[in-house]
Design a protein around this ligand. Structure first.
Ligand SMILES: Nc1ncnc2c1ncn2[C@@H]1O[C@H](COP(=O)(O)OP(=O)(O)OP(=O)(O)O)[C@@H](O)[C@H]1O
Length: 237
Protein backbone atom coordinates (compact mmCIF):
# COMPACT_ATOMS: atom_id res chain seq x y z
CA UNK A 1 0.00 0.00 0.00
CA UNK A 2 1.29 3.47 -0.84
CA UNK A 3 2.49 5.71 1.98
CA UNK A 4 -0.39 7.85 3.18
CA UNK A 5 0.01 11.28 4.71
CA UNK A 6 -1.89 12.04 7.88
CA UNK A 7 -4.24 15.00 7.70
CA UNK A 8 -5.73 14.76 11.15
CA UNK A 9 -4.67 12.68 14.14
CA UNK A 10 -7.04 12.13 17.04
CA UNK A 11 -5.33 10.88 20.18
CA UNK A 12 -7.42 9.40 23.00
CA UNK A 13 -10.17 11.86 22.31
CA UNK A 14 -13.00 11.70 24.82
CA UNK A 15 -16.18 13.73 25.06
CA UNK A 16 -18.42 14.11 28.05
CA UNK A 17 -21.57 16.21 27.91
CA UNK A 18 -22.80 17.52 31.22
CA UNK A 19 -26.50 18.05 31.66
CA UNK A 20 -26.98 19.37 35.16
CA UNK A 21 -25.85 16.58 37.45
CA UNK A 22 -25.85 13.98 34.71
CA UNK A 23 -22.80 13.18 32.60
CA UNK A 24 -23.05 11.48 29.23
CA UNK A 25 -19.89 9.97 27.79
CA UNK A 26 -20.70 10.54 24.12
CA UNK A 27 -17.24 9.44 23.04
CA UNK A 28 -14.98 7.06 24.94
CA UNK A 29 -11.22 7.66 24.55
CA UNK A 30 -10.73 7.08 20.82
CA UNK A 31 -7.72 7.34 18.54
CA UNK A 32 -7.87 7.70 14.79
CA UNK A 33 -5.80 9.01 11.91
CA UNK A 34 -7.49 10.54 8.89
CA UNK A 35 -5.39 10.49 5.73
CA UNK A 36 -5.04 13.04 2.97
CA UNK A 37 -7.27 12.29 0.01
CA UNK A 38 -9.03 9.28 1.53
CA UNK A 39 -12.70 8.40 1.56
CA UNK A 40 -13.62 7.27 5.05
CA UNK A 41 -17.02 5.93 6.07
CA UNK A 42 -18.02 6.11 9.74
CA UNK A 43 -20.91 3.76 10.46
CA UNK A 44 -22.97 3.27 13.56
CA UNK A 45 -26.47 3.28 14.98
CA UNK A 46 -28.17 6.34 16.41
CA UNK A 47 -26.46 7.59 19.56
CA UNK A 48 -23.19 5.70 18.95
CA UNK A 49 -21.13 8.91 18.89
CA UNK A 50 -20.66 9.46 15.15
CA UNK A 51 -21.70 13.10 15.10
CA UNK A 52 -19.68 13.82 18.22
CA UNK A 53 -16.59 12.41 16.51
CA UNK A 54 -17.30 14.33 13.30
CA UNK A 55 -17.92 17.59 15.17
CA UNK A 56 -14.58 17.26 16.94
CA UNK A 57 -12.85 16.55 13.62
CA UNK A 58 -14.43 19.68 12.16
CA UNK A 59 -13.54 21.98 15.02
CA UNK A 60 -17.23 22.48 15.83
CA UNK A 61 -16.79 21.00 19.25
CA UNK A 62 -13.77 20.47 21.53
CA UNK A 63 -13.02 17.20 23.28
CA UNK A 64 -13.09 16.94 27.06
CA UNK A 65 -9.81 15.00 26.93
CA UNK A 66 -7.25 14.11 24.30
CA UNK A 67 -5.56 15.81 21.36
CA UNK A 68 -6.58 16.60 17.77
CA UNK A 69 -3.46 17.17 15.71
CA UNK A 70 -3.75 19.15 12.49
CA UNK A 71 -0.23 19.72 11.19
CA UNK A 72 1.73 20.68 14.29
CA UNK A 73 -1.25 22.19 16.04
CA UNK A 74 -3.48 20.65 18.70
CA UNK A 75 -7.02 21.82 17.90
CA UNK A 76 -8.20 20.58 21.29
CA UNK A 77 -6.24 23.45 22.80
CA UNK A 78 -6.92 26.06 20.13
CA UNK A 79 -8.82 29.30 20.80
CA UNK A 80 -12.37 29.82 19.49
CA UNK A 81 -10.97 32.27 17.00
CA UNK A 82 -8.44 29.79 15.67
CA UNK A 83 -11.11 27.08 15.43
CA UNK A 84 -13.30 29.42 13.38
CA UNK A 85 -10.37 29.97 11.03
CA UNK A 86 -9.76 26.21 10.80
CA UNK A 87 -13.43 25.54 9.96
CA UNK A 88 -13.49 28.34 7.46
CA UNK A 89 -10.41 27.39 5.49
CA UNK A 90 -9.85 23.69 5.97
CA UNK A 91 -13.27 22.06 6.28
CA UNK A 92 -16.39 21.84 4.15
CA UNK A 93 -19.59 20.58 5.81
CA UNK A 94 -22.47 18.66 4.24
CA UNK A 95 -25.46 17.98 6.51
CA UNK A 96 -28.61 15.91 6.27
CA UNK A 97 -30.85 18.96 6.00
CA UNK A 98 -28.74 20.95 3.51
CA UNK A 99 -28.73 24.19 5.57
CA UNK A 100 -28.80 26.52 2.57
CA UNK A 101 -29.58 30.19 3.12
CA UNK A 102 -33.24 30.55 1.99
CA UNK A 103 -32.97 34.15 0.72
CA UNK A 104 -30.04 33.42 -1.57
CA UNK A 105 -30.09 31.69 -4.94
CA UNK A 106 -28.19 28.46 -5.54
CA UNK A 107 -25.34 30.41 -7.12
CA UNK A 108 -25.25 32.97 -4.29
CA UNK A 109 -25.21 30.21 -1.68
CA UNK A 110 -22.11 28.74 -3.30
CA UNK A 111 -20.48 32.11 -4.03
CA UNK A 112 -20.72 33.26 -0.41
CA UNK A 113 -18.74 30.20 0.68
CA UNK A 114 -16.15 30.74 -2.06
CA UNK A 115 -15.63 34.30 -0.84
CA UNK A 116 -14.45 33.03 2.52
CA UNK A 117 -11.57 31.15 0.94
CA UNK A 118 -8.14 32.25 -0.20
CA UNK A 119 -8.10 29.48 -2.79
CA UNK A 120 -11.74 29.12 -3.95
CA UNK A 121 -13.03 27.03 -6.82
CA UNK A 122 -15.42 28.57 -9.36
CA UNK A 123 -19.03 28.50 -8.05
CA UNK A 124 -20.44 28.29 -11.58
CA UNK A 125 -18.16 25.46 -12.57
CA UNK A 126 -19.00 23.54 -9.42
CA UNK A 127 -22.74 23.96 -9.94
CA UNK A 128 -22.30 22.71 -13.51
CA UNK A 129 -20.38 19.74 -12.20
CA UNK A 130 -23.18 18.79 -9.83
CA UNK A 131 -25.69 19.08 -12.67
CA UNK A 132 -27.32 22.33 -11.57
CA UNK A 133 -26.45 24.52 -14.57
CA UNK A 134 -30.10 25.26 -15.28
CA UNK A 135 -31.04 26.09 -11.72
CA UNK A 136 -28.31 28.45 -10.57
CA UNK A 137 -30.80 31.26 -10.05
CA UNK A 138 -33.37 29.18 -8.18
CA UNK A 139 -33.96 29.66 -4.46
CA UNK A 140 -33.68 26.64 -2.13
CA UNK A 141 -37.49 26.47 -1.69
CA UNK A 142 -37.78 25.94 -5.46
CA UNK A 143 -35.45 22.94 -5.39
CA UNK A 144 -36.02 19.28 -4.50
CA UNK A 145 -34.13 17.72 -1.59
CA UNK A 146 -31.64 16.08 -3.95
CA UNK A 147 -31.07 19.36 -5.77
CA UNK A 148 -30.55 21.22 -2.52
CA UNK A 149 -28.00 18.63 -1.48
CA UNK A 150 -26.18 19.12 -4.81
CA UNK A 151 -25.97 22.83 -4.08
CA UNK A 152 -24.80 22.06 -0.54
CA UNK A 153 -21.99 19.88 -1.92
CA UNK A 154 -20.98 22.61 -4.39
CA UNK A 155 -21.01 25.07 -1.48
CA UNK A 156 -18.86 22.83 0.70
CA UNK A 157 -16.40 22.19 -2.15
CA UNK A 158 -16.22 25.87 -3.21
CA UNK A 159 -13.83 26.73 -0.40
CA UNK A 160 -11.52 24.09 -1.78
CA UNK A 161 -11.14 22.63 1.70
CA UNK A 162 -8.74 19.88 2.72
CA UNK A 163 -11.61 17.84 4.06
CA UNK A 164 -15.35 17.40 3.49
CA UNK A 165 -17.25 16.22 6.54
CA UNK A 166 -20.64 14.79 5.66
CA UNK A 167 -23.18 13.97 8.38
CA UNK A 168 -25.90 11.66 7.00
CA UNK A 169 -25.65 13.32 3.56
CA UNK A 170 -28.23 10.95 2.08
CA UNK A 171 -30.38 10.73 5.22
CA UNK A 172 -33.42 12.50 3.78
CA UNK A 173 -33.13 11.20 0.23
CA UNK A 174 -34.49 8.21 -1.63
CA UNK A 175 -32.02 5.58 -2.75
CA UNK A 176 -31.65 6.74 -6.34
CA UNK A 177 -31.10 10.40 -5.42
CA UNK A 178 -28.85 9.36 -2.53
CA UNK A 179 -26.63 7.35 -4.89
CA UNK A 180 -26.16 10.39 -7.09
CA UNK A 181 -25.16 12.44 -4.08
CA UNK A 182 -22.63 9.78 -3.02
CA UNK A 183 -21.32 9.75 -6.55
CA UNK A 184 -20.76 13.52 -6.41
CA UNK A 185 -18.88 13.18 -3.14
CA UNK A 186 -16.66 10.57 -4.76
CA UNK A 187 -16.09 12.93 -7.71
CA UNK A 188 -14.92 15.72 -5.37
CA UNK A 189 -12.66 13.22 -3.59
CA UNK A 190 -11.07 12.05 -6.85
CA UNK A 191 -10.93 15.31 -8.74
CA UNK A 192 -9.63 17.62 -6.03
CA UNK A 193 -7.97 15.08 -3.75
CA UNK A 194 -10.25 16.24 -0.94
CA UNK A 195 -10.49 13.94 2.07
CA UNK A 196 -14.14 12.90 2.37
CA UNK A 197 -15.59 11.58 5.62
CA UNK A 198 -19.13 10.22 5.46
CA UNK A 199 -20.99 9.58 8.70
CA UNK A 200 -24.05 7.36 8.36
CA UNK A 201 -26.23 4.77 10.04
CA UNK A 202 -26.91 3.31 6.57
CA UNK A 203 -24.89 0.08 6.36
CA UNK A 204 -25.28 -0.08 2.56
CA UNK A 205 -22.91 2.88 2.26
CA UNK A 206 -20.01 0.94 3.74
CA UNK A 207 -19.52 -0.70 0.33
CA UNK A 208 -18.17 2.53 -1.18
CA UNK A 209 -15.60 3.25 1.53
CA UNK A 210 -11.97 2.23 1.28
CA UNK A 211 -11.73 2.40 5.04
CA UNK A 212 -14.73 1.87 7.29
CA UNK A 213 -14.98 2.63 10.97
CA UNK A 214 -17.81 1.14 12.95
CA UNK A 215 -18.89 2.95 16.10
CA UNK A 216 -20.78 1.37 18.94
CA UNK A 217 -21.75 2.88 22.32
CA UNK A 218 -19.39 5.84 21.97
CA UNK A 219 -16.35 3.82 20.91
CA UNK A 220 -14.61 2.80 17.70
CA UNK A 221 -15.58 -0.86 17.66
CA UNK A 222 -13.94 -1.90 14.39
CA UNK A 223 -11.92 -0.63 11.46
CA UNK A 224 -12.03 -2.47 8.15
CA UNK A 225 -10.41 -2.00 4.73
CA UNK A 226 -12.16 -2.52 1.49
CA UNK A 227 -9.79 -3.51 -1.31
CA UNK A 228 -12.43 -3.00 -3.96
CA UNK A 229 -14.87 -0.25 -3.03
CA UNK A 230 -18.11 -0.41 -4.98
CA UNK A 231 -19.12 2.51 -7.17
CA UNK A 232 -22.05 4.34 -5.54
CA UNK A 233 -24.27 3.47 -8.53
CA UNK A 234 -24.21 -0.16 -7.38
CA UNK A 235 -25.29 0.58 -3.83
CA UNK A 236 -28.92 -0.04 -2.82
CA UNK A 237 -30.96 0.49 0.29
N1 LIG B 1 -25.02 18.46 23.15
C1 LIG B 1 -25.26 17.33 23.80
N2 LIG B 1 -25.64 17.33 25.10
C2 LIG B 1 -25.88 16.18 25.76
N3 LIG B 1 -25.75 14.94 25.23
C3 LIG B 1 -25.40 14.87 23.94
C4 LIG B 1 -25.15 16.03 23.16
N4 LIG B 1 -24.82 15.64 21.90
C5 LIG B 1 -24.87 14.30 21.91
N5 LIG B 1 -25.21 13.82 23.12
C6 LIG B 1 -25.36 12.40 23.50
O1 LIG B 1 -24.16 11.73 23.16
C7 LIG B 1 -24.41 10.45 22.59
C8 LIG B 1 -23.81 10.36 21.18
O2 LIG B 1 -24.50 11.25 20.32
P1 LIG B 1 -24.12 11.48 18.78
O3 LIG B 1 -25.01 12.56 18.27
O4 LIG B 1 -22.67 11.65 18.65
O5 LIG B 1 -24.54 10.07 18.14
P2 LIG B 1 -24.80 9.68 16.64
O6 LIG B 1 -24.19 8.34 16.45
O7 LIG B 1 -24.32 10.76 15.75
O8 LIG B 1 -26.37 9.59 16.62
P3 LIG B 1 -27.42 10.02 15.46
O9 LIG B 1 -27.16 9.10 14.32
O10 LIG B 1 -28.75 9.78 16.13
O11 LIG B 1 -27.14 11.45 15.16
C9 LIG B 1 -25.92 10.27 22.63
O12 LIG B 1 -26.23 9.55 23.79
C10 LIG B 1 -26.44 11.70 22.72
O13 LIG B 1 -27.68 11.75 23.38
Amino acid sequence: MEQQKTLLKLEKVRKIYKMGEVEVEALKPSSLEVYEGELLVILGPSGSGKSTLLNIMGGMDSPTEGAVWFGGEDLARASERRLTEYRRHQVGFVFQFYNLIPDLTALENVAIAAELSNTPLSPRKLLEQVGMNNKMDSFPSQLSGGEQQRVAIARAAAKNPKMLLCDEPTGSLDCETGRKILSLLLDVNRQYGTTVVIVTHNVAIRAMGRRIIRMSSGAIAEMTFNERPEPPERISW
